[in-house]
Design a protein around this ligand. Structure first.
Ligand code: FAD
Length: 273
């Protein structure tokens, strides 16, 4: 199953572009669903809902992300009811990043608590996806405790997981082995970040704890002034990764599209599995 992730644009022009991206991907990739990320705080939260409504108009399955950082139970409940009334039946359920000022006014502290809350208040209405970190979450104390916390999300009622992106397939293999050893059988879909810009990828990877292997980093650095070669190399690396993942039995691919059409479509066209 292929899914594609969008973020809510900040401008009207960005929204127009996103709707064009949706239409283009509908023609080529035809994903099972589009997910829409969620920002903590009032205005970004509202933007997710607005964008979900706009994307639904095309008749596609739309899957909002929802996080508990900065939200009261009442706010979460209200949002869940709005999604139910819109016909949404799947969510990507997260804790969210703690704001830089450290101010977490939410009533729920971890994604596992949010999963439990959604199950308690809406039963089995939603299919729930949670985040998984084959290279460990940046705040995790030990790999073991991070995996235990992942297991808590599954035990709380998650139906599936989407991973943080990675370029080292061994990390994913190991994560799947750990799941099998713990009798975790939910689908763990690899998150795929297309490579189109070295600086922003490096910055983002540092923040989220995803490793860019040295052989990839060095080549991307060398192509800094040669966009065509960088794109071609990035496409080759991510295509190989995707094909290997599918050969390995990955249940699908979740593309972090960054609201762009071309990179995701190019990888999808190169899939051989
Ligand atoms: P959790 O699973 O709660 O884990 C967070 C940290 O707390 C981990 O280090 C974990 O080991 C630890 N932990 C968990 N439970 C406990 C416990 N009981 N006791 C002690 N420690 C514990 N962010 C957004 O803001 N909006 C989005 O839309 C968004 N979408 C994402 C989609 C995907 C597929 C992924 C992989 C990430 C996404 N993120 C998003 C980023 C995510 O919100 C951050 O990585 C965040 O820091 C952690 O969220 P989580 O749901 O993984 O948290």
């Amino acid at each position: 199953m292929i899914s594609c992730e969008f973020f809510p644009p900040r401008t009207e022009a960005g929204v127009e572009k996103l709707l064009a991206t949706q239409q283009a991907l509908d023609v080529t990739v035809k994903p099972a669903y589009y997910s829409v990320t969620f920002g903590a705080g009032g205005t970004t939260r509202d933007r997710t809902l607005e964008v979900v409504k706009l994307l639904l108009a095309n008749g596609d399955n739309i899957v909002p992300h929802i996080s508990c950082i900065g939200s009261s139970k009442q706010q979460i409940s209200d949002l869940l009811q709005q999604y139910i009334s819109l016909g949404v039946d799947r969510l990507v359920t997260l804790r969210g990043d703690i704001p830089e000022d450290g101010d977490n006014t939410g009533e729920l502290s971890y994604a596992s608590e949010l999963v439990s809350f959604i199950r308690e208040t809406t039963g089995n209405h939603f299919k729930i996806e949670v985040a998984a970190y084959p290279e460990y979450h940046p705040e995790s104390v030990t790999p073991q405790s991070d995996f235990e916390h992942f297991k808590q999300k599954v035990d709380s009622g998650a139906d599936g997981a989407i991973t943080q992106y990675f370029y080292n397939i061994d990390a994913y293999k190991r994560f799947i082995d750990n799941c099998l050893a713990e009798n975790i059988s939910i689908p763990i879909t690899p998150g795929i970040m297309p490579i189109t810009n070295y600086e922003s990828l490096a910055r983002f990877s540092d923040a989220c704890g995803a490793e860019i292997p040295r052989w990839i980093r060095k080549q991307l650095e060398a192509y800094a002034d040669d966009k065509d070669s960088l794109h071609a190399f990035g496409l080759d690396v991510t295509t190989n990764l995707c094909n290997q993942l599918l050969e390995l039995g990955a249940p699908g691919l979740h593309f972090y599209t960054l609201n762009q059409t071309d990179a995701t479509t190019a990888i999808w066209k190169n899939l051989t599995v």
